[in-house]
Write a protein of this length. Structure first.
Length: 160
């Protein structure tokens, strides 16, 4: 003959207490606590009952699920925002991963350029500076010759 729901609950409760290794005093204490809780729940004011009904079975998790589903529906309605958030999220994850990798082993980090490249850059810089300085000397010499010619022309016209 099958057990009624009430009898099944009692049998399950006692089996769990036995699995936990509780003594009869501990079982009695749990039963009294459950009775007090049942009495308090049975005597809720209408406002408290309404609050419990609004909280729903999920409680905090139900509220979080509702918030998540609302956010998801908003993002599905605005795909550009969702794509942007995905891009920012991916960037943040990548930057975090790189930071953790470099902190774990600094030799894996992005070091400077190799010595050969630095030498080539230095040589190109020296060559560029030499080219500019010779151009500046040529300009200075040309300006000097122009002034000398102007002075000669001025002297020649002053004699006439």
């Amino acid at each position: 003959m099958p057990l009624t729901p009430k009898e099944a609950f009692k049998a399950g409760f006692l089996a769990r207490c036995e699995e936990e290794g509780l003594e009869s005093e501990d079982i009695t204490l749990r039963i009294k606590n459950a009775h007090v809780l049942h009495y308090k729940v049975g005597n809720l004011t209408p406002e408290e009952e309404q609050f419990v009904k609004q909280a729903g079975p999920g409680g905090v998790l139900g509220g979080a699920a509702a918030l998540g589903s609302g956010l998801l529906s908003f993002l599905l309605k605005s795909p550009w925002l969702m794509a942007g958030m995905g891009g920012l999220g991916g960037m943040a994850i990548g930057a975090t991963g790189a930071t953790v990798r470099n902190a774990a082993d600094p030799s894996l980090g992005m070091g400077g350029p190799p010595e050969e490249i630095l030498d080539i850059q230095a040589a190109e810089l020296v060559q560029s500076l030499n080219r500019e300085s010779s151009a500046a000397r040529r300009r200075a010499a040309m300006i000097k010759r122009k002034r000398e010619r102007e002075e000669q022309d001025a002297n020649r016209w002053s004699r006439i």
